[in-house]
Design a protein around this ligand. Structure first.
Ligand code: TEU
Length: 570
């Protein structure tokens, strides 16, 4: 196996710039705001900053719709500000990775306007995916789309261009046309743009929906799930026919040209563990790691993410355990509960009531960070930030949430029921501003924030938590420190214990080379739970707990509500 890479021992902190820190009072976060708060990341011990998109964009999807890959949106600052940020990150011994969004561009990107306005025979037509209407159906009417696929953001994946009468494909919003990766000129342009950022000094990329870029050119209709309005085209584009070829080519054309070791992580909806092993096997020279979605899909019903169901702990353990085993010795896992697309972990998997909020947030962190892989912390997660108390549809900003609401209500759904699902699952839960202090708007802005700050910032904020050794922040800091000092956290073999227990999450990490073994025990419930403890662990050293008065480990042992503890033995 290849020598250990620096990112195996690293923790990545994700910043969603729009919601992190606003330095110029326009209500939207910016690069200068990030620079002013870099010490927060350094105090936490983060090794890498992943920056969600900061490129020029019409912001139909908050920057995931890019109109210029080689610039900075004036909302966020300038290229000079970016260079200052990168230097400030490097001065602190951290690294910075960019968000690479190349499944699609904005419809305002010059590539797309040229493709559209040049018409069917224009030189850039083939940079995007254009098709004539379905024969036999009146063009422009529902059903005339080239196929039946539904978009991730509601409605069909096709929008008609009036001038030519043809349709372009967009797996996401109509303002996010998909690039045609079959065209080698498109791939070359993407590679050149990536080299431009790497030459500027960035340390790698997080690659947006990168497993969707290779489509079966036949674009066949997909099956229509019961009750759904559109077909599911995923069989034609999830890890499509040429995906491994495209990523190996990107590795050759881009990454291989840099002597320094980069970090590349591919975001991959619906990726299987078998595919992930192939993507992340260093021998294949594709990617370092992927973001998989299995563990954040277990609490959804047949209707998808807006059809929430209670999570069974046994399902979560079976899933994460399979990913641990599946990539062991070959690939590498990314570990996350949260990002800018997911509801807040403490509200979704923990207990955000005043009684157990701190403890359950710290438990979730303990369990995640002690799995084998690279942990990702999403801004505010290290404070135990919770879902927002959204009341009306006017409180939401996200295109996915707004489109879903509009579509469901138009189809006759009860608006209150749709809102209930949005409150649990809307991406806006993750996008309320960072809570820096107890002042108005949480110290995020002195202007009017683009989305309301969670009113709980009066008690839940970075300033208060830095001053409190029992805070969620300091628990994350200690977990990161443990990863940096105890090799078993990074390298130990993972073994799940008690797989059938609905309340206990327990596993060991055995590091033969270091002669150490770790035991993680967590009570994922609000009741005390007695659990058996494997032989030889009673009385061992407690490395870290989330309770003030942790009793020495006995066998059996009764864990307090939401208690988590890490033990070590030689
Ligand atoms: O997300 C891709 C994705 O599949 C989902 O997480 C998606 O955001 C949605 O929640 C599906 O229900 C990536 C980005 O992370 C997301 O912010 C973008 O909106 C999307 O791609 C398009 O670029």
């Amino acid at each position: 196996s290849a020598a250990a890479a620096w990112w195996q021992n690293a923790v990545v902190y994700q910043i969603y710039p729009r919601s992190f820190a606003d330095s110029d009072a326009d209500g939207i976060g910016d690069l200068q705001g990030i620079i002013e708060h870099l010490d927060h990341l350094a105090q936490l011990g983060a090794d890498v900053l992943w920056l969600s998109p900061v490129y020029p964009s019409p912001h139909a999807d908050n920057g995931y719709d890019i109109s210029d890959y080689q610039g900075i949106d004036p909302l966020f600052g300038t290229l000079a500000d970016f260079d200052r940020l990168l230097a400030a990150v490097h001065e602190r011994g951290m690294k910075l990775i960019m968000d690479l969004v190349v499944n699609h561009t904005s419809d305002e990107h010059p590539w797309f306007t040229a493709s559209r306005d040049g018409g069917p025979t224009g030189p850039k037509r083939d940079w995007y995916i254009w098709r004539p209407p379905r024969p036999g159906v009146e063009p422009g009417t529902p059903g005339a789309e080239p196929n039946n696929w539904g978009s991730f953001f509601s409605g069909p994946t096709w929008t008609r261009d009036e001038a030519s009468g043809e349709y372009y494909l967009h797996l996401f919003a109509r303002k996010q046309p998909d690039l045609n990766w079959e065209n080698p000129e498109v791939r070359q342009a993407v590679h050149a743009m990536m080299r431009w950022w790497l030459d500027r000094g960035v340390d790698g990329f997080r690659m947006d929906v990168i497993n969707l870029v290779s489509k079966d050119p036949a674009l066949p209709d997909g099956p229509v799930p019961p009750g759904a309005r559109h077909g599911d085209g995923s069989a034609s584009y999830v890890c499509g026919p040429r995906i491994h070829e495209f990523l190996a080519e990107m590795h050759r054309e881009v990454f291989a040209g840099y002597p320094r070791r980069l970090l590349t992580v591919g975001e991959m909806p619906d990726v299987t563990v078998e595919e992930a092993r192939r993507f992340t096997d260093p021998a294949n020279r594709e990617l370092d790691m992927v973001f998989q979605f299995e563990h954040v899909s277990l609490d959804s019903g047949p209707g998808g993410k807006f059809d929430p169901r209670p999570l069974r702990l046994t399902d979560l353990k079976a899933s994460l355990g399979r990913w641990q085993t599946g990539l062991a010795g070959t690939g590498w896992n990314s570990l996350y509960w949260n990002n800018h697309d997911q509801a807040r972990a403490v509200s979704r998997f923990g207990d955000d009531s005043p009684e157990y909020r701190t403890r359950s947030a710290a438990l979730l962190a303990t369990v995640l960070h002690l799995h084998r892989g690279t942990p990702y912390v999403y801004q505010g997660e290290e404070l135990g930030m919770a879902n927002a108390p959204f009341t009306a549809i006017g409180d939401f900003r996200d295109i996915e949430s707004l489109n879903h609401y509009r579509e469901q209500v138009a189809a006759g759904a009860d608006p209150e029921q749709v809102l209930t699902a949005l409150r649990a699952r809307s991406r806006d839960n993750a996008r309320t501003p960072m809570q820096w202090d107890a002042t108005d708007h949480g110290g995020f802005t002195t202007g009017t924030p683009w989305i309301a700050v969670n009113p709980d910032h009066r008690t839940v904020n970075a300033k208060a938590q830095l001053a409190d050794p029992g805070s969620v922040f300091h628990h994350y800091r200690r977990l990161i420190e443990l990863r940096h000092t105890e090799p078993a956290v990074t390298h130990g073999d993972f073994r799940m214990l008690h797989p059938d227990d609905e309340r206990i999450y327990a596993f060991t990490r055995h590091h033969a080379a270091g002669g150490t073994e770790l035991l993680v025990l967590a009570n994922v419930s609000g009741e005390p739970v007695e659990t058996t403890v494997p032989d030889g662990w009673a009385g061992t050293e407690t490395l870290l707990t989330n309770v003030a008065d942790a009793a020495p480990l006995t066998s059996p042992h009764t864990l307090q509500p939401w208690e988590a503890r890490i033990h070590r033995r030689a």
